[in-house]
Design a protein. Sequence first.
Length: 544
Amino acid sequence: MKVTPESLVHEHHESGAWSDLPLDEIFRQTAENHPDRIAIVDAPDRATWTGGAPRRLTYAEADREIDKLAAFYGAVGLTQDHVVGVQSPNTVDTVVAILAALRADLIVSPLPLHWRQKNVLDALNSIGAKGLIAADRIETRDVGTAARDVAAELFSLRFVFGLGKDIPDGLIELGPMLAEMGDEFQFERSELRPDPADHAATICWSRSGEENMPVSRCHNHWTSCGTLVINEAHIKEAGNIVLPYSLSGLTGLGGGLVPWLMTAGTLHLHHPTSLANLADHAKAVKADVVLAPGPLAQTLDRKLGDMNTTLLAAWNISSPQPTTFVPRRRMVDLNIADEFALTAQARGPSAKSRPIPLGKHQGPEGCESGPALVEIAVSETFEDQMPTLLVRGPLVPDIGWRTLNGNQRRLRWEGNGYLNTNIKVSVTDEGLNGFGVPGLYALGTGNLETIDVIYSSYPGIREAAAFVVEDPVLGARMYAALVPEPGHVPDAGAFFAYLDAEGVDLAKIPHRVLILQSLPRNEDGTVCRDRLTLRTQRLPAAVA
């Protein structure tokens, strides 16, 4: 299934930005050329946050598993362009399952790890998914059981597969299944479709607005992302890459998985528990490249000592502005615009983060010898409104995804061919000061008034309000202001337990709680959330 108009397909191929190689074929060619090279390695502490012992596979070993699993998908009835959801943390098993799905010409929908059962159910139903691959657990959350319950409610979901150790009844265990398959069980395509790299590979999820929006990309969209990162970061062939971001969006896939595939290196998978743990992992594997949240880059740079490591600092739309410091190593800022676009910019000699220039981004380091991989502009402004980010190019998704009822989740396109991301930006004469501004959009929580209703449903609460507080690391956090009924003394711990029991979206669970006698109001009677934010800054001890 192609997700790009033929006119754009032709334009991207003519420019040299797009190729004929899908992602799984890139891996297969590396396995053929370097069979004994280590391909993927689990974090040594894997058993503490998900099921199963740590694994490491050479390219040849991984390719055999990918081939057998792709054949298994076909044997059970998953066919070309069927959609398969994946909710699993960074493990060797997860990478194999994704690449096997791509080899079988399936479309992978990686689901955010923080999504609850309801989020997964709604998402898979909206895109007509036929299968779901889930880990047994992610830390203390029983993801496997939730996946089984999703299948019980979603008639169209025909297959639910489990990864890990303690797989609940009702799920097909992929680990033992692979172990039982003989080497003669090999994948054979029923038909070789033309231009395989132009066909849909993934459906990721935009976190803006009231609903999660499915955003599709083909294989070539992803290799364009990888090319931009590789060129700017000077990622060498066969290097060691440490990836702490989950494989559920533009950062983890475009900034980590795809550059690994394209440079035939070794991918060291990491589950973030602490910055010290990430630094120790990078040191232990002698990492050539490490991804990290931008706000933590300075601290990680210090912890890595004198290692000759390239640091990729990811700044998403909720991140504070990049700080200025003198790194000990090559550092590249990855600016992530939700699921719509990314840019990569190496820090200059002054080590200052630079504004993101408008216009074409190609590589390496702005060299105009290569094709433009993303082009950036801003919308016109009206009165006191901030401009929004406009993007187009070979790494930008082209359409939304058609849902089961036939509705097209269209992205908003301007007349000049730019995608309007609706992400508000701050513009200077030199360019953009980051892709976004902290706040509600950054949290991806939707309308705050709807969250007020959720908080006020807690017994003994007369009224409640959600509000946003800027955070030096995350950019923004959700807080709750609660006004109890007379005679009630709400317990913060019980309030959090109530939200968890009610299955409230994890993105809508507040970081902290503020107990008040009344909510501050604007002249029109609406809640003055700015005053709530100021109160937490003046009286932090009053926040539970």
